[in-house]
Design a protein around this ligand. Structure first.
Ligand code: NAD
Ligand code: LMR
Length: 342
């Protein structure tokens, strides 16, 4: 059921034919920041996955109760809790996928970059532990600003000599989830059918939905393109303002992150038909990191999908050029943060 709700129709048909047998639970997933607004519902959704054998929940506080609570669900995975730095190494041993939603969220009036000073250090410290304890794991970075925290993670992994660019992902699934929802609503399409690639990065104008590549093929007026693009770019802020000081998107984020975890596990499990958008090391543009559709396989990113960036509309082409300076400077800020430290 979980997989059916996450997987767009086109992918689902072929997946169904590939897997007639119920998948075996065999993968270990760790959530770092598991006591938080995203961490808790994300842990619940991962607990529902038939592919997970162990769910390791780590936070600096309040994770014991979350784990005790979740452990009563009669789904296959064993839930273990880990509190504080002294338990982090044990949390990460033999883990296949590490998801990182640790860090502070925005309040109204803040940009994602305003979170840099606190979250950069948190991500750096956690990824150092990942490098030391499970260097082969897929790493999913949720903590903002994603445009900088992913380059931070890459630099840390490089310094530790274990960087595999195919296994480091900035989670941008929520941008796709939002784009699919808003487009289906606007054009009165069946939600299950709709798939909109979102490229670039994960902040403001760096979030670029490619509406011309919407599946099923859909035409939009110029006004619709403008309105939908701006709504998708500002959707995070829409939630921050509605929550009025109580944080940012947590439930839709947990849903999106769980979809990305499930896709990663299916890829690890040998499904050869898994596609998602993510912010990864990339040569699709002159920028070193770029979000695009990727094909996932057992070893992580199996291929980038360059065709998404071909044949763009003039609006999309201009928006792509316009986002590059901001994205470049956010990437450089992340790299500089690690490189300038002794
Ligand atoms: P939250 O404050 O509710 O939860 C964060 C959790 O991180 C807390 O439980 C806290 O104890 C924990 N934490 C803090 N420092 C830690 C450390 N050193 N090690 C382990 N855990 C630590 O925040 P939230 O709403 O869950 O958001 C978390 C992050 O996710 C924010 O940076 C937010 O901006 C980001 N976010 C990203 C996306 C995206 O699309 N990528 C979407 C929504 C939110
Ligand atoms: C989002 O897109 O909802 C997240 O990046 C959180 C935020 O600060 O907007």
């Amino acid at each position: 059921a979980l997989q059916q709700s996450f997987t767009p129709r086109a992918q689902k048909e072929s997946h169904r034919s590939l897997n007639c047998v119920q998948p075996q639970a065999s993968y270990k997933v760790a959530v770092l920041g598991a006591g938080g607004g995203i961490g808790q519902p994300l842990a619940l959704l991962i607990k529902m996955s038939p592919l997970v054998s162990a769910l390791h929940l780590y936070d600096i506080a309040n994770v014991k109760g979350v784990a005790a609570d979740l452990s009563h669900c009669n789904t296959p995975s064993q839930v273990l809790d880990f509190t504080g730095a002294s338990e982090l190494a044990n949390c990460l041993k033999d883990v296949n996928v590490v998801v990182i939603p640790a860090g502070v969220p925005r309040k109204p009036g803040m940009t994602r970059d305003d979170l840099f000073n606190i979250n950069a250090n948190i991500v750096k410290t956690l990824v150092e532990a990942v490098a030391d304890n499970c260097p082969d794991a897929f790493i999913h970075i949720i903590s903002n600003p994603v445009n900088s925290t992913v380059p931070i993670a890459a630099e840390v992994l490089k310094q530790k000599g274990v960087y595999d660019p195919k296994k480091l992902f900035g989670v941008t699934t929520l941008d796709v989830v939002r784009a699919n929802t808003f487009v289906a609503q606007k054009k009165d399409l069946r939600l299950i059918d709709v798939d909109v690639p979102v490229v670039g990065g994960h902040a403001g104008i760096t979030i670029l939905p490619l509406l011309s590549k919407t599946k099923p093929s859909t035409s939009f007026t110029d006004e619709e393109v403008q309105e939908l693009t701006v709504r998708i770019q500002n959707a995070g802020t829409e939630v921050v303002e509605a929550k009025a000081g109580a944080g940012s998107a947590t439930l839709s984020m947990a849903y999106a992150a769980a979809r990305f975890v499930e896709s990663s596990l299916r890829a690890l499990d040998g499904d050869s038909d898994v596609y998602e958008c993510a912010f990864v090391q990339s040569d699709l543009t002159e920028l070193p990191f770029f979000a695009s559709r990727i094909k996932l396989g057992r070893n992580g990113v199996e291929a980038l999908i360059p065709s998404d960036l071909q044949g763009l509309t003039e609006y999309e082409q201009q928006a792509l050029e316009a986002l590059k300076p901001e994205l470049k400077s956010s990437i450089e800020k992340g790299i500089g943060f690690v490189q300038k430290q002794p």
